[in-house]
Design a protein around this ligand. Structure first.
Ligand code: ATP
Length: 337
């Protein structure tokens, strides 16, 4: 370690998202350029409470840039949600001479980051979640890659849907947020898009699919966010899934043959797109620049393609409203939204 270098650490927490590795790389390389020594924490807050620190090599950072997932791995920790758990985490950081922390994750991870900051460990957040459900940033790391994964899958389904005159119901991720469904539905030209933010009207859906078919198009793609209908995705059975319920309703109330595809965790993986790599690289730099200026308790994000930073409390626990402009566009380009 260079003697006058201050130490900071970086971790990934909550659900992994493609582009997290690009964010880690940027934090480490930009941090080093700003005269920090940057240490990794394995397995999120769980690793932080165990003092599970790792050093980075340029080779590992470069070799993971094009990979999905997170080279630091991720975890969820109930223990960290207690004050005692966080005190243990801060103790490990202090003992390792670490003076600041960058947390890459979603809403829950930021609640943890804010608590750490308030309890004396300067912390900055970078939004990384495929759901794009974090307030105060137009986009979060992983969203663009997940969209492209959905588009690729639906392209394949269209081929078979066309050949068999079927209705294909495709369930995409989004427990509370319709961003993936709305944006991917627009991008694939779905006949219908159902999102948690708008109450579902399945009779209207069936009527519109009938219209589409009467107008001469013999197959339809219906994109459904997993949160439609409100059954928590971690505990639900297949029959309770939004995709299955919607497909069953269509089958029972029309003559259309339906099929369900639940894309599930496929959407989490894959090589990050150019857009996610660039976003992650920009936000990684912005995060370490804040720490270098002695600023913390903030989340870096993107608004109108400019890097911004906002208080962490502004980004936490607020629903991010669905993008009105995209929603209105979908109502023009899609039979049902
Ligand atoms: P995703 O959106 O992908 O689920 P996330 O960051 O929201 O990501 P969570 O599981 O909600 O994922 O949170 C990750 C971790 O953050 C939790 O396991 C917990 O350790 C910590 N955390 C969550 N909420 C709080 C809180 N209110 N206070 C302290 N720590 C929290």
């Amino acid at each position: 370690m260079t003697q006058n270098r201050r130490r900071i650490a970086v971790l990934t927490s909550g659900g992994d998202a493609p582009g997290m590795n690009a964010a880690i790389r940027s934090v480490v390389l930009c941090g080093t350029a700003l005269n920090f020594e940057v240490i990794g924490v394995e397995r999120g807050y769980d690793g932080l409470m165990r003092g599970s620190f790792v050093e980075f090599s340029q080779r590992v950072l470069d070799e993971n840039l094009h990979r999905g997932g997170t080279l630091l791995r991720s975890a969820r920790s109930h223990e960290f949600m207690t004050r005692e758990g966080r005190a243990q985490a801060i103790e490990h950081l202090r003992r390792a001479g670490i003076e600041g922390l960058v947390v890459i994750g979603g809403d829950g991870s930021f609640a943890g980051a804010l608590a750490l900051d308030r309890e004396g460990m300067p912390t900055v957040g970078i939004p990384g979640t495929i759901d794009n459900d974090i307030a105060c940033t137009d986009v979060s790391i992983g969203f663009d890659t997940a969209l492209n994964t959905v588009i690729h899958a639906v392209n394949q389904l269209r081929d078979t849907a066309y050949s068999h005159d079927r209705v294909y119901v495709v369930e995409v991720m989004g427990r509370n947020s319709g961003y993936i469904a709305l944006y991917s539905g627009l991008a694939v030209g779905a006949e219908a898009i159902l999102i948690p933010e708008i109450p579902e009207d399945l009779d209207n859906l069936v009527a519109k699919i009938d219209q589409v078919h009467k107008a001469g198009k013999a197959h339809s793609i219906v994109i459904v966010a997993e949160g439609v209908g409100g059954v928590p995705s971690s505990t639900r059975r297949y029959e309770e899934s939004a995709g299955f319920r919607v497909a069953q309703y269509i089958s029972e109330h029309s003559h259309h043959e339906t099929r369900v595809t639940i894309l599930g965790h496929l959407q989490r993986g894959g090589s990050p797109t150019a857009s996610d790599r660039l976003l992650a690289s920009r936000l990684g730099e912005a995060a370490v620049r804040l720490l270098a200026r002695g600023v913390s308790g903030r989340m870096v994000g993107i608004q109108q393609n400019r890097v911004v930073d906002v208080p962490l409390e502004d980004a936490i626990g607020k629903p991010k409203p669905i993008d009105r402009e995209y929603y209105e566009l979908a109502s023009l380009l899609t039979a049902v939204v």
